[in-house]
Every structure is written in C-alpha cells, then in structure tokens.
Design a protein around this ligand. Structure first.
Ligand SMILES: [Zn+2]
Length: 273
C-alpha cells in the first residue's frame, strides 16, 4: 500500500513532466473507483495548464488553470509518466496526454480516487477528506513538544495512536514499527506512560524514518525517464518490520511480532521498553 513517502516520491517524480504543461486530452475508462468519477472530467480538464502539484497526507492535488484534480492511490494505485504511445495495460483506468508524455492512473483494486473540483469548489470538495487529519510530519510545528502535548493524555498504546493519523499523518504500519524501534519505545506502551524526553526522540525518529524512505525512493526516480514504470515504490532496509524471529541488528535478540488492532507490529523485546 502506498504510504506517505511513496506518495511524496510520486509527486516529486511528476513535477518535471507536468508543471507548466497543458493537458491536451484526458481519457477516463471507468465510471468509478472508490467514489464515482466526474463524468465530465475529460472535458473539464482538457486544455488546462498544470500549475502545481501539492500533497496533503496521502492525497495529491494537481492544480490547473481550470480546476484541481485530487488523486488518492488507495491500496494499489500508481500514477506514472509514460511515452505517449505506450499501449494500455490491464487496470489502466485513466490517462492524460500532457506535453510530450502520458500520465497514466493504474489501480488493480480500485480503492483509489480521482476527484475533480472546479476553481470555486475546491474547499467544499476536498476539505471533508482533510478535516480529521493531523499535521504533516515535516510541518515546522511538529516536534517532541507537539507529540507529547497531543499524546500524553491518551490511554491508547502508542503504535495504534500514531497509525490513526489524528495527531500526525503519514506514519503507516511499516514506518510506525521502524520509528518506535529507533526510539527504543515498546509499541504496546500506553501513550500516557511515555516521558516528554522520549517523545522528543520519537519525533526525530519519525522524521528520520520518513525522510530516509523519501530519499531512497528519490534515488529510483531516474527510472521514470526511461519509461520503465518503476513508480517510486521501494523497500527501506527494515530494522524490525517483517523480521519476526530474525536477530535484532543491535542486540541479536529475536524480533517479535504481535497483533495490534488488525495490524502486525514488529519489535525487539530487549531494545524497546
Ligand atoms: Zn534489540
């Protein structure tokens, strides 16, 4: 599932191909993904010049001179630049001719979203998706104090609390396990039983983990130029995630796996407390 780093890398990968370019033609092949797609989308976006691509949590917002297109990749979505005459592949649901390239939305499970907003409707169309979201992990006001302030009164275990996205967005299952390991915090520890000092450490490890993943994804960007479809999906070198029974890199204790909510959590019972 695309997490914040993958979405950010997708955004970065698209910028050089889309900004200041015109959408000559748009073809929408299915009527709905997670939500119905505006039946007039092709008409509304045709001829528009793309002016910016922004990201809020895992939503990409493509601003144009005629309105804005919000894209969510859902569980399996990709947004890829391809040469203009590339044959369509299975699960290509929409494509846009932009400058001398083609922008293709592919999504086998169709949990993604393409939502159009006319210039005056952007707030009312997009805001409902954002109202429960916490701040961005790279927002200047996100730090240990912020995290402590919002978490230390909560009785919930720290990992599902981070995963919920109400305090800070972008910490998916993999990144939560990794950031907690680096901070030495047990994932099942109650959020109100973590010191302010440790929240400072955690804020740092969250940012480092996400930043590292974005950098790693960024290094795959050159593949885009060759149309090889590698869409910025990448594996960070996990310290604990998906390493059950394997030795901890720090202390050689076997990594443990537990279930929290519906998700797997990985941790080192010796390094994390
Ligand atoms: Zn360990």
């Amino acid at each position: 599932m695309p997490e914040l780093p993958e979405v950010e890398v997708t955004r970065l990968s698209l910028l050089p191909y889309l900004i200041n370019h015109k959408v000559d033609r748009a073809t929408i092949l299915i009527p709905k993904l997670r939500y119905p797609i505006d039946a007039q989308l092709s008409k509304k976006i045709q001829g528009a010049t793309i002016t910016a691509i922004n990201r809020r949590s895992k939503y990409l917002i493509i601003n144009t001179t005629q309105g804005s297109l919000m894209v969510h990749l859902g569980m399996t979505g990709t947004l890829t630049i391809k040469p203009p005459n590339t044959p369509l592949t299975k699960h290509d649901h929409a494509y846009f001719s932009v400058g001398s390239h083609r922008l293709v939305y592919n999504d086998p499970r169709r949990f993604g979203a393409l939502i159009w907003a006319n210039p005056d409707d952007e707030e009312s169309c997009f805001l409902p998706f954002f109202k429960k979201l916490g701040i961005e992990p790279f927002d200047p006001s996100f730090d240990g104090n912020y995290l402590w302030h919002h978490a230390h009164t909560r009785g919930q275990a720290i990992k599902p609390l981070l995963l919920g996205g109400e305090i800070v967005v972008g910490i998916g299952n993999i990144y939560a396990s990794e950031a907690l390991f680096k901070a030495g915090i047990l994932p099942q520890r109650s959020a109100k039983r973590i010191s302010k000092q440790r929240y400072h450490t955690l804020a740092h490890t969250i940012q480092n983990t996400l930043h590292h993943a974005i950098e790693l994804g960024g290094s795959t960007l050159k593949d885009f130029q060759h149309g090889t479809e590698k869409n910025g999906y990448f594996q960070i070198h996990h310290q604990v995630y998906d390493r059950e029974h394997e030795p901890c890199y720090r202390c050689h204790t076997p990594i443990k796996r537990i279930r929290q909510g519906q998700r797997s959590t990985f941790y080192c019972p010796h390094c994390q407390h």
